[in-house]
Write a protein that binds this ligand. Structure first.
Ligand SMILES: Cc1cc2nc3c(=O)[nH]c(=O)nc-3n(C[C@H](O)[C@H](O)[C@H](O)COP(=O)(O)O)c2cc1C
Length: 326
């Protein structure tokens, strides 16, 4: 058994596992941890096309990356074809791939006509995809949902437009906008999409175990899979999906391996963001790293009280060391 590398336009990835763009999560330190676990492509958090063309500081911060985060996909959101075109030109200097967000369900984004609101306007989708296509020679992906709601499932139509207008791959998160993140993603939609378009299909949704990853590939025939929430505190998921694809057994991390990764994550965070943000943001990641371990609920209470880097490090180290190296 072997892994089929994913090809997106001119880019041949080393395998078929991609890190999902997740606002507030997939910043540079998180992406570096996932690269170390074997992911073949990382995406930025979603970036406002308006912000990018206005050179906003926050927007630029979202796109700083280390040399190991490569290939790096820049995900843009917006609703104006011209603005998205200009943003695509700028983003093409900052990454190796461009993506258009047509899945975000957040009200503020929807109200501006962006994210999954675009699914309701196929003619505009055509204009946007064509404009972005003209603006870059980089590989170009579009990330969509199944439709606005269960009565308006139109992913086949939208994906077809994306293909016609020159997108190199479509990423489908098979839930509707109105479903948000609730219930289950409908993997049948991935299988249908794979039959419907000629460009690669990447599946996103509910991969929590390595077997889930393998199942999505096998059941839907999709060309690549995206790791989202299942990777929280569990970057080993990526390596384990690669192992299963090669007929090898999974390898679960020991407490000491978990500790080493958590400490590395803290170090990368500190280097990128400084102490204050590290203490605040790493609390949630550390709670995720501790899931399923003895005393995890007490640890969560303790770690959420820490106010400085030193006590955060002390709290983490003693928790994982108490687990023993079983
Ligand atoms: C906290 C969070 C932030 C997200 N931010 C983005 C985003 O910026 N752009 C995007 O296309 N999708 C975003 N998503 C959707 C994910 O990329 C993914 O498609 C979705 O979570 C389904 O995959 P999962 O079940 O593996 O998490 C986000 C999801 C979560 C949970």
């Amino acid at each position: 058994m072997s892994i089929k590398p994913l090809k997106i336009g001119s880019l041949t990835l080393k395998n078929n596992i991609v890190l999902a763009p997740m606002a507030g999560i997939t910043n540079s330190p998180y992406r570096q941890i996932c690269v170390q676990s074997g992911v073949a492509l990382v995406y930025s958090e979603m970036v406002s096309s308006n912000g990018l063309i206005r050179d906003g500081k926050r927007t630029q911060e979202l796109l700083t990356r280390s040399s190991t985060e490569r290939p790096f996909g820049v995900q843009l959101f917006g609703d104006d074809p011209e603005v998205l075109g200009q943003a695509t030109e700028i983003a093409s200097e900052l990454g190796e791939l461009i993506d258009l967000n047509m899945g975000c369900p957040v009200k503020k984004v929807i109200r501006s006509g962006a994210g999954s609101a675009l699914l309701c306007d196929p003619a505009k989708v055509a204009r946007i995809v064509a404009t972005m296509r003209r603006a870059t020679t980089l590989p170009f992906t579009v990330k969509i949902r199944s439709g606005w709601n269960l009565k308006q499932i139109n992913f086949l139509e939208i994906a077809h437009i994306c293909e016609l207008e020159g997108a190199d791959a479509v990423i489908l998160h098979p839930r509707t906008r109105c479903q948000g993140f609730g219930g289950h993603s409908n993997w049948d939609h991935l299988a249908m999409l794979k039959q419907h378009i000629g460009i690669p299909v990447i599946g996103s949704g509910d991969i929590y175990t390595a077997q889930d990853g393998l199942d999505m590939l096998n059941r839907t025939g999709c060309d690549g899979i995206m790791i989202g929430r299942g990777g929280y505190g569990n970057p080993w998921l990526i390596d384990n999906i690669l192992r299963l694809q090669q007929g090898q057994p999974e390898q679960h991390p020991t407490p000491q391996q978990r500790l080493a990764t958590a400490l590395n994550h803290i170090k990368l965070y500190h280097h990128h963001f400084g102490s204050r943000k590290t203490v605040l943001d790493m609390r949630k990641h550390l709670c995720w790293y501790s899931r399923g371990m003895t005393g995890a609920s007490e640890f969560r209470a303790d770690v959420n009280q820490t106010q400085d880097l030193e006590s955060l490090l002390g709290c983490v180290t003693s928790f994982f060391n108490r687990q023993g190296d079983k």
